[in-house]
Design a protein around this ligand. Structure first.
Ligand SMILES: Nc1nc2c(ncn2[C@@H]2O[C@H](COP(=O)(O)OP(=O)(O)O)[C@@H](O)[C@H]2O)c(=O)[nH]1
Ligand SMILES: [Mg+2]
Length: 446
């Protein structure tokens, strides 16, 4: 996960609160110190850290928790809310208008990830059924146009470049007739070592000619808190509409970068989390913070679940899961659904309560081939075997099912074992009652 070490530290601070017997001034002060240490080590600006923790302290000492939650939970809620404020408040996405084409232009310094982001955005939007093309206007770095072309080709996106031409405006005009065929045109531009007059002029003249709908300032997270100053200089020099922070995966300074970006008031719209074209996340502060704090990310989970299974099915599964009652058929359905949702360890990270449990990460992960065999074996089972396998299953029965289905006995035993593991996991989860946590944080409940 992004910002792993900050996340670990914050989780530890919250665990301390959970463990303390009651919340008094000392607990609050300890928490504040903990938070300060964690945030400073993620390179967050000292003054900003101080302001944040003062606010948390003040609220914790002055406000009374609502009746429905305990003081401890209230304290966690305050930390959560203030961190969300700190990291950018509301979600803001790029609103794509249907205008053939909607133009998104990358700007930023050398090596911050503009060209890579152009590819990632192209992939992101083409997956969402937009017709996308890229345009390479980096005329400064040799082989920059080829890089964009190659990255575009990799994801089957048309790319306009002219490596011979040194005037970016001429290149833009050269292909102007083509753009109408696309919903979105993603424009890569040249960087510099630092924000220079030359760069500002280039960006301004491109903007005048192209009139982009979205100008994205691309910054690498590894500059840490200095992102704030640099982004402000850019904002002053030329009008930008959003920031994307890249390389969140590779640095301990990501916290500082993110807070720095948020504090300029510019909207952070995406995070780059790796070198591959799919390593891009829309930036949603609530979600980001709840994951950072290990409270899970129900919203993301539900959204992913929605893609894979219907609302009704999701609700049913959720209920059964929480009640701890489910049979082999449910297990099968569950695993099918999980398979569609993605790697199980990622899914579990998003369920409130789950991330605190020490569970074998891949306990639910089952390979496709195995799942098919289990399905066949299940066709040869009786109703009671399907509904109460742990009570009625015996060697005789397994032999019978094996003969009837042509599936080996060992496979059938694996299936029974899997069912047991999952049931056990559900019992552990029941004890923690994640549904309570969800209500407390007013996340959309199950
Ligand atoms: N780990 C990681 N590397 C990235 C990310 N974004 C870009 N890079 C790498 O950073 C380097 C510079 O990226 P590039 O897009 O060429 O930067 P540009 O000069 O601004 O166009 C390349 O090696 C990329 O693979 C990211 O989110 N994570
Ligand atoms: Mg580039």
């Amino acid at each position: 996960m992004v910002l792993e070490s900050l996340s670990e530290k914050l989780k530890e601070s919250l665990r301390k609160i959970t463990k303390s017997i009651f919340v008094d001034k000392r607990v609050i002060e300890d928490l504040v110190k903990d938070l300060q240490r964690s945030l400073l080590s993620a390179d967050v600006d000292v003054q900003l850290v101080f302001d944040l923790t003062e606010k948390i302290k003040q609220r914790a000492l002055e406000e009374k928790p609502p009746k429905t939650i305990s003081q401890k939970e209230f304290l966690i809620k305050i930390v959560y809310e203030e961190l969300v404020n700190f990291l950018g408040k509301e979600k803001s996405e790029i609103k794509i208008e249907r205008k053939k084409p909607f133009k998104i232009m990358m700007v930023g310094l050398f090596g911050n990830g503009k060209t890579t982001l152009a590819q990632k955005l192209a992939k992101y939007y083409s997956k969402r059924n937009y017709k996308v093309a890229t345009l390479g206007l980096d005329v400064h770095r040799p082989s920059a146009p080829e890089q964009l072309q190659q990255l575009s080709k990799q994801i089957n996106i048309p790319c306009f470049i002219n490596p011979e031409e040194k005037d970016p405006i001429k290149i833009y005009k050269q292909f102007e007739k083509e753009y109408k065929k696309y919903d979105i045109l993603i424009i890569d531009t040249a960087g510099r070592d630092a924000l220079s007059d030359d760069l500002i002029q280039e960006i301004e003249s491109l903007k005048k000619e192209i009139n982009p709908d979205e100008t994205v300032l691309v910054f690498s997270a590894d500059i840490g808190q200095d992102l704030k100053n640099q982004a402000e200089a850019f904002k002053k020099a030329c009008n930008i509409t959003s920031i994307v922070v890249t390389k969140m995966d590779g640095t301990a300074k990501g916290g500082g970068a993110l807070v720095g970006a948020a504090s300029t008031g510019a909207k952070i719209k995406f995070l780059g989390t790796g070198e591959k074209p799919e390593d891009l996340e829309p930036y949603i502060p609530e979600r980001f913070v709840s994951r950072l704090l290990g409270m899970g990310d129900l919203e993301t989970l539900l959204e992913k679940a929605k893609e894979a299974i219907s609302d009704e099915e999701a609700k049913d599964l959720g209920k059964k899961f929480l009640k701890g009652e489910f049979n082999l058929l449910d297990l099968y359905e569950q695993m099918e659904a999980m398979k569609k949702m993605g790697p199980i360890s990622k899914v579990m990270e998003m369920i409130p309560g789950f991330s605190q449990l020490k569970l074998p990460k891949d306990a639910l992960q089952v390979q496709e081939g195995k799942l098919k065999k289990w399905r066949i074996a299940m066709n040869s089972m009786t109703k009671e075997e399907l509904e109460r396998p742990d009570e009625v299953m015996s060697t005789e029965r397994i032999n019978r099912i094996s003969k009837g289905s042509g599936i080996q006995g060992s496979e059938i035993r694996d299936l029974i074992k899997q069912h047991k593991t999952v049931k056990k996991m559900m019992k552990m989860m029941k004890g923690k009652d994640p549904s309570k946590l969800m209500k407390k944080f007013k996340l959309p409940g199950m």
